[in-house]
Write a protein that binds this ligand. Structure first.
Ligand SMILES: *[C@@H]1O[C@H](CO)[C@@H](O)[C@H](O)[C@H]1NC(C)=O
Ligand SMILES: *[C@@H]1O[C@H](CO)[C@@H](O)[C@H](O)[C@H]1NC(C)=O
Length: 236
């Protein structure tokens, strides 16, 4: 689950999980895909997580915010959670987002700042959804546009071109401040230690167990290193 993100990942997960007899539900988060746009236009993680009361969560990109918020608010509802490709606001997102970090060109993630001003981003992107997506696939992987089929690009464009849906997707990028306040008051910081070689391990402090035995956050180790994020865990 994530705004403007690849359905591809969900499809891969579904194929993998079918063999293991899990049911995978690829969630269209509020205001995206086949889900409705809430009349409240509320998109902060703490609010949007209300839609996601499930059991096993695999979160990608900004969907991590909602997954982490769901864990924090309703621990008994989540047995395990995996987090991929995201740093939480309050725990490093701001440094990825920040222009001072070296937003030097097209390959960087300048869209995080651009999208966070939805009025401007909508104004400049509306009608250019396909170009925006093509840039997105390209900037992240260089060969992105070669592996994304035209059909997929068309479907993706169609989804975010529906009335209101581009705007909803942009709104998720405008929640960093609200999310940082929520996560700062919900999670505790814990040290991340870097060991020699390429492996990374995290040291848990006392009282940092996560949901139902899941130690929240360890899957973030690599991305934390890359994005200079801080370790985090539920506060009790
Ligand atoms: C999945 O369910 C099928 C049918 O009940 C069973 O044959 C198979 O062994 C199960 N697979 C796993 C990994 O449990
Ligand atoms: C969250 O905590 C970090 C680290 O203490 C701090 O730098 C940041 O300003 C805080 N953000 C908010 C919105 O409280």
């Amino acid at each position: 689950m994530a705004p403007f993100k690849l359905l591809l990942l969900s499809i891969i997960l579904q194929l993998a999980a079918t063999d293991l007899n899990y049911t995978v539900i690829a969630v269209d988060i509020r205001g995206m895909g086949q889900s409705t746009i809430p009349s409240s236009h509320d998109f902060p993680s703490a609010t949007a997580s209300e839609d996601l009361k499930g059991t096993y969560l695999v979160a990608h990109d900004k969907g991590n915010g909602q997954s982490a918020a769901l864990n924090a608010k309703y621990r008994s509802l989540v047995k395990r959670a995996a987090y991929t490709e995201y740093v939480l606001p309050g725990f490093g997102y701001e440094r990825v987002f920040s222009p001072e970090l070296g937003v030097t060109g097209l390959y960087q993630n300048w869209q995080l700042a651009f999208f966070s001003v939805p009025d401007a981003a909508q104004y400049f992107t509306q009608g250019q959804e396909k170009q925006m997506l093509a840039w997105y696939f390209w900037h992240a992987s260089y060969s992105g546009n070669s592996v994304i089929s035209q059909d997929y690009l068309d479907r993706y464009t169609r989804e975010i071109s529906k009335a209101g849906y581009l705007r909803s997707g942009l709104e998720y990028f405008n929640t960093a401040e609200d999310d940082a306040v929520f996560f700062n008051s919900t999670f505790i910081r814990r040290p991340t230690i870097r060991e020699s070689g390429s492996s990374t391990r995290r040291r848990s402090g006392p009282g940092t167990r996560g949901v139902a035995g899941a130690d929240l956050g360890p899957d973030l180790a690599e991305s934390q290193l890359r994005h200079r994020s801080e370790g985090w865990a539920l506060a009790r």
